[in-house]
Design a protein around this ligand. Structure first.
Ligand code: NAD
Ligand code: MG
Length: 385
């Protein structure tokens, strides 16, 4: 029986994780859960799974929870999230399904408490990849990706040596606007952007897919996760989302991982690794129905945010933090309908171009930079409107 700490239980990944835990109550015990604002759903989860600890986004919701559940320990806010992941002794596993850099410090604290990390929150490795990898090694815990592309690469790389890898090939569905020209992007709306052709996901990652920032974040995530240079990380547009990613070896043999687009597959794989299960009768991929697997170039001209990610990744230091922070701020403004879609990439590009790099930043410097970059952007747009 493994103890599970689940952060972001009410989100897209969180809910699918709950589905799997529900089917496996003899293998996993949900010890701690968090959500930001969907307290009604959190209450349902608490009633069903009876965790010992819970954390919510604000003090009012915390008091509300305490009234209803006198036997669980409740926390709130950012600080509370750290208390949650450090409660209850060492060991077990953390599923980090929070969105944004808010997921970073809980991952750090969980590693220090010897919990295995099942990571959906890509912003953790993007902003502090080196620090996290060092901590994982030092504390001898597992780090298993939940992102579908990284789960694919993880599986393709099993039993292989790093020096045998020629390249990794990360596939991209292309997001909501994959068939639109750059000119057409001028007039797209928030509602258009939120319609992803293949995956149903949280709002931020859906916007990130449309700008191709998501692929950019995944390139940086892959660099740290698999210890592979940016020159060996390729990306390709694959509209069907059937091949989730591939690895090419030096003998030019390629191993790919395929399947229907269903995030329960990588979540389940991470939870049970190295075993394989299927609790949902997830259907087999029917090649005759798929018929065609198509591939197109992911052009930097069409998707400049992808080029910016490679640039920031190669620069290392604080640059991936600037890339991530400016994107988080821009997406927030776009979701609030304060800026146009096309302004997201303008904001990121400006932030990256005006930043001075800091090499080997500490966690404090990373968090401080994240805050400053975001404040700058919010101030700029307050003044402008
Ligand atoms: P979501 O928006 O659906 O859910 C996010 C969860 O985090 C919610 O439970 C929310 O309450 C909580 N949360 C949001 N902001 C928070 C904050 N500041 N502090 C604490 N909790 C907060 O997001 P999602 O689509 O489930 O994505 C979660 C993470 O997984 C992201 O990093 C995303 O890039 C990654 N990911 C998602 C998918 C997917 O299919 N949804 C696939 C691959 C990777
Ligand atoms: Mg992905």
């Amino acid at each position: 029986m493994k103890d599970v700490y689940l952060l972001g239980a009410t989100g897209s990944i969180g809910k699918q994780t709950i589905e799997i835990l529900r089917e496996n109550k003899n293998a996993f015990s949900l010890k701690a859960v968090s959500c930001f604002s969907n307290i009604e759903l959190l209450k349902k989860i608490i009633k069903e799974f009876k965790p010992k600890y819970a954390c919510v986004g604000n003090i009012k919701d915390k008091e509300d929870l305490e009234k209803e559940f006198s036997d669980i320990i409740c926390f709130s806010d950012e600080e509370g999230l750290l208390d949650l992941v450090t409660s209850g002794g060492d060991g077990g596993l953390l599923v980090n399904a929070i969105v944004g850099i808010a997921g970073l410090m809980p991952t750090v604290k969980a590693i220090e408490h010897k919990r295995d990390i099942l990571l959906a929150n890509k912003e953790t490795l993007v902003t502090a990849g080196k620090i996290i990898k060092d901590l994982v090694k030092k504390n001898n815990v597992k780090l298993i990706p939940i992102d579908s592309e990284h789960s694919a690469i993880f599986q393709c790389l099993l039993n292989s040596k790093n020096e045998d890898v020629e390249s990794i090939i990360i596939t991209a569905s292309g997001g909501s606007f994959r068939d639109k020209t750059r000119e057409a992007l001028e007039s797209v709306t928030l509602e258009d952007a939120l319609c992803h052709p293949n995956w149903s996901m949280g709002k931020k990652i859906t916007i990130d897919s449309a700008t191709m920032v998501n692929k950019g974040l995944e390139v940086i995530e892959a660099h740290y996760l698999f210890d592979i240079s940016y020159d060996k990380i390729r990306t390709i547009l694959h509209k069907e989302s059937i091949i989730h990613s591939m690895v090419e070896f030096v003998d030019k043999s390629i191993i790919a991982q395929l399947g229907n687009p269903d995030m329960r597959i990588p979540i389940q794989y991470a939870l049970f690794y190295p075993e394989r299960k299927n609790f949902f009768n997830i259907k087999s991929l029917n090649f005759l129905e798929v018929k065609n697997l198509s591939f197109q170039e992911l052009s930097f001209k069409r998707f400049p945010c992808l080029e910016l990610a490679y640039f920031c990744g190669r620069e290392e230091g604080i640059m991936p933090v600037v890339y991530n922070a400016s994107n988080e701020a821009a997406v927030k403004l776009f979701l609030e309908k304060k800026i146009k879609f096309i302004e997201i990439e303008e904001i990121i590009s400006k932030a990256v171009k005006s930043a001075d790099n800091i090499l080997n930043p500490s966690l404090d410097v990373i968090l401080e930079t994240d805050k400053l970059v975001k404040e700058n952007i919010y101030n700029m747009y307050e003044v402008k409107r």
